[in-house]
Design a protein around this ligand. Sequence first.
Ligand code: FAD
Length: 434
Amino acid sequence: MDTLPVKEIRSGRAERPTQDAKETASILIVGGGAAGITVAAELRRHRPDLSVTLVEPSETHSYQPGWTLVGAGVFTLAETIRREETLIPQGVAWIRGKVSAFFPDENQVELEDGRRVAYRYLVVCPGLKLDWDKIQGLREALGSNGVCSNYSADTVEYTWRCLQDFQGGQALFTQPAMPIKCAGAPQKIMYLAADHWRRRGLSRKAEIEFCLAGDVLFGVPFFVPPLKAAVDEYGIHLRYKHNLKAVHGASRTAYFTVTDGDGKTSEVEKRFDVMHVTPPQVAPDFVRSSPLANAAGWIDVNAATLQHTQYNNVFSLGDVAGTTNAKTAAAVRLQAPTVVKNLLSAIDGKPLEAAYDGYGSCPLTTAYGKVVLAEFTYGGKVTPTFPLDPRKPRRSAWLLKTKFLPFMYWKMMLRGSEFDVKHKERRFAEAYRA
Ligand SMILES: Cc1cc2nc3c(=O)[nH]c(=O)nc-3n(C[C@H](O)[C@H](O)[C@H](O)COP(=O)(O)OP(=O)(O)OC[C@H]3O[C@@H](n4cnc5c(N)ncnc54)[C@H](O)[C@@H]3O)c2cc1C
């Protein structure tokens, strides 16, 4: 049991569990992914005497930003995976299990096996749910007949096989409605595939279509011109308002609901030789159905402090947070110090002064060796770290993506180093010249 006095809880709600909890944590972190491990490590650095408990079901931890490169044959899957136990900071207790429900009025969570864990402060970061089942037939189709996805450790290696096996024909890349994690990932693999096929002399034989549920190529307009230039260079056909609904693997057929300019919908069938699917993404069910969720199902937090809007002893970050930033590990890197500083202020009874500005980053791989490094904050403000026009695809940004960022993730971020080279709003020429 920890030593924090109960009166320091500032939830203003029930301060003692109404149902006997088997275990009590000072600070309970739900989810040991990018966000959970980073917060745990930073907490240990700031206050080694605090008792911190992490609930995480998986024995492994994945560096998901590396999966674009696994799908493109640059990294192996093994390079993106570590054992969870090697990442959990010393002194942090690990409950290997899944949270199934939140009881914030009782300061408790319930685990899948029925156990309850009480807490003084709660940090919620179990990521998001990949909704494969929303696309009829997708689960059965994945992994054969050219149907692949970079969005799971189970399917990403097959993407690279598909890129290699392709001999020409129809290649489809899909993107569901937003929000999704790493909004640029559906097109990153498309450019790498197109470049790979070009290098193999297949450009003329490859008919590439990018089928998006939405009607913009990228959410921050500043970065659209260089992406459009890549689309044109590879001869890719853009199909806006094409929402993937069903897949039939054996006949290699995809079914889309297409919305026209008048809002009328129709069904369109497309044959493919290879199809990279990005699944629809939603808040996890146990989050969506909890008192912590906003109307859309995500954790309802203040966009700057990342404190829950109703429960003062609850914080959230990462993909599950109901904020409008790009859902990325880059966002987590700056959200974590905000959560940790504010959580410690809450414990000390001080005002919450740390504010997250919505920073997110998306290294868009427009070719092997070239990256457009998109960095932005809330409202799509362009905030590059370096004083160079970020619209230009650069080799230096490729080296950052393939060498420095993985190093920074494993060796710095997950170890609680709050390393930050300041990003800031900068102005560049209106017109983009390739
Ligand atoms: C293909 C792809 C490419 C990407 N590219 C980039 C990129 O280039 N740059 C970038 O910054 N980001 C990128 N991302 C996004 C980035 O990986 C995520 O935004 C980041 O991992 C979010 O961290 P998180 O901790 O919120 O979620 P996660 O890292 O997904 O971790 C969530 C954790 O919660 C655990 N969990 C789930 N349910 C429960 C439960 N019920 N109880 C307890 N624990 C639970 C999970 O096991 C998991 O360990 C990419 C992602 C993908 C898939």
